[in-house]
Design a protein around this ligand. Structure first.
Ligand code: SF4
Length: 201
């Protein structure tokens, strides 16, 4: 396997930041076999575009206070996602777009604060640390969802982490269904089925 192919699955959190099973389809952007974290794939490039766009666009002339008053509240809207109010994919996308704009404006605000450069860098580092808190909460949300899954958050053997460093080669008591894009009904008895997530293709 070429290294670039291996990168697609080598470690789910590396590019996808979510498990690679059908339970997390809404959180992933899938392009030609690549599975990227939807939020990161939208927000970070957009933040960079906003920063570069400030060279030509009117907000590039805003003073630092206006940039702060606009960028920080936009960035904080991400908390709606963190507390689970954006279940639908379209809502997730809208919030990530707003987050990207907020991050870009906040970065410009920090660059423009009338303080010595080292202090501005310190503020930037503290800001980046604060911005990573929602990422920590996202892990908690993933764990919560996995605990409600029939595979019961057993990442060492569940379909979501096959081919990643989480998989430890143990066999789960439930079968692992073939990879696909839809959950599969597994018959437990004549009248009872269990909906099983599958590894994404
Ligand atoms: S426990 Fe279930 S939901 Fe979680 S990663 Fe595994 S298969 Fe997906």
């Amino acid at each position: 396997m070429r290294w670039i192919e291996k990168l697609k699955t080598v470690d789910a959190p590396f590019l996808s930041h979510h498990p690679l099973c059908t339970s997390f389809t809404e959180d992933l952007l899938q392009i030609r076999g690549w599975k990227l974290c939807l939020g990161c794939a939208i927000s970070y490039p957009l933040a960079i575009i906003v920063i570069i766009g400030s060279i030509w666009l009117p907000y590039g002339n805003w003073d630092w206070k206006l940039l702060a008053m606009t960028g920080i509240p936009l960035g904080l809207l991400q908390l709606l996602s963190t507390i689970g109010l954006t279940k639908k994919r379209i809502l997730k996308i809208i919030i990530k777009i707003i987050l990207g704009i907020g991050l870009g404006l906040t970065a410009l605000f920090i660059l423009k604060i009338p303080l010595p450069f080292p202090i501005r860098m310190l503020i930037f580092i503290v800001g980046a640390q604060l911005a990573s808190i929602p990422a920590g909460l996202r892990s908690r949300n993933i764990k919560k969802k996995c605990e409600e899954c029939p595979y019961n958050a057993e990442w060492g053997s569940c379909p979501g982490y096959i081919g990643t460093s989480y998989n430890n080669g143990t066999e789960h008591e439930l079968p692992i269904m073939p990879a696909g894009n839809e959950t599969v009904l597994y018959p437990l008895s004549k009248n009872q089925n269990l909906e099983l997530p599958v590894r994404l293709k």
